[in-house]
Design a protein around this ligand. Structure first.
Ligand code: TLP
Length: 347
């Protein structure tokens, strides 16, 4: 039986073209700047997101941390949404390694931050207050169902922030999903941020890696911070090679994942005991609720597992499913059938 794994788009396996590129990659010692494949990937990444330079890092978590370390000093304050991945799921790395204080403001259901709430949270010049150094945004917003912020929404936060001398960072783990979902060039989403992190190892299906992009000067300093956190890799071209394929071949197909997520969400909405707000299903993530009292989300996940469908309960009554490379329309139909079976008799 094929397991239909909807836990995350991180479970994607490398494509045959990636495996071939990895096999034949030219490599060198990247700490000396001598891995030609890493250098090619960094140049390609910088160009894709419209920045001067880029840096290959191990993971999204490392990328966000390296950016925070590069923007901030100990004792600085960083503003982000209360549902930001960096706040919720990155092990408190900014506090642990950077000594920075994270100040959260509420996310709207779409992941958006109220631009006025952001500027209001910027600290004044007072001996008692920590200096605000950075605002972090997330697009698409993982905990807000993969919603995409438009270029105008991004600008409405970033422009006033930067006018006040504060930097803007984008956790763009899935920024290519946002761009494809909105039908815009990704540069329109990154044009007013000082730094952006995006992942190759999620919907783009590469086995490992993320990139950080920004100005030449920012990336030079970020490179040193990456070394400090143990992220200086050596013959990393073997994994960078898959990243080049990911950026060149795997972006446009994200639209298929979005269509499958939509199909899944519409199907789930029809099932008694489940509820989905379709307005917030915009890319590859479907967050839905188990509204029946007769079954818990954990029991739903266990029942589905027995049917060969894997997904996660994410707290409260909520569950999450992600579509990705390797999941076909037919798999969604099979998954919906499994849901009907598990939910039957629970309402
Ligand atoms: N998200 C993972 C889990 O950590 C929850 C997932 O399965 O969605 N930013 C965002 C918006 C993310 O969703 C993630 C990973 C990261 C950063 C961290 O990336 P990695 O896992 O590469 O450290």
């Amino acid at each position: 039986m094929k397991v239909i794994d909807l836990r995350s788009d991180t479970v994607t396996l490398p494509t045959p073209a990636m495996r071939e590129a990895m096999y034949s990659a030219q490599v060198g010692d990247d700490v000396f700047g001598e891995d030609p494949t890493v250098n090619d990937l960094e140049a390609l990444a910088a160009e894709k997101v419209g920045k001067e330079a880029a840096l290959f890092v191990v993971s999204g978590t490392m990328g966000n941390l390296v950016c925070i370390l590069t923007h901030c000093q100990r004792g600085d304050e960083v503003i982000m949404g209360a549902r930001a991945h960096t706040f919720l799921y990155e092990v408190g790395a900014a506090a642990a390694f950077g000594g920075v204080q994270v100040r959260t403001i509420p996310n709207e259901a779409s992941g958006m931050l109220n631009p006025e709430a952001v500027t209001d949270a910027i600290r004044g010049d007072d001996i008692h207050l920590p200096p605000t150094r950075l605002v972090c945004l997330e697009n698409t917003h993982s905990r807000c169902g993969g919603c995409a912020l438009s270029p105008d929404q991004m600008d409405s936060i970033c422009i006033p922030v930067r006018e006040r001398g504060i930097s803007a960072h984008l956790d763009g783990a899935r920024v290519f999903n946002a761009a494809v979902g909105l039908g815009v060039d990704v540069r329109e989403l990154t044009r007013n941020v000082d730094s952006v992190m995006f992942c190759l190892s999620k919907g783009l299906s590469a086995p490992v890696g993320s990139l950080v992009a920004g100005s030449e000067d920012f990336i030079r300093r970020a490179r040193k911070n990456r070394k400090m956190v143990g992220g200086g890799m050596r013959q990393a071209g073997v994994i960078a090679a898959a990243g080049i394929v990911a950026l060149n071949e795997m972006v446009d197909r994200l639209a298929e994942d979005h269509a499958n997520a939509r199909l899944l969400a519409e199907g789930l909405k029809e099932i008694d005991g489940l509820d989905v707000d379709l307005e917030y299903v915009q890319t590859d993530i479907v967050i839905f609720s188990v509204v029946s009292d007769g079954i818990t989300p954990v029991e739903v996940a266990t029942g589905l597992e027995e049917e060969g469908v894997r997904l996660q309960a994410i707290g409260g009554r909520q569950m999450r499913a992600l579509t990705h490379y390797g999941i076909e329309e037919e798999d969604i139909r099979i998954a919906l059938e499994a849901f009907r079976k598990v939910m039957k008799g629970s309402v």
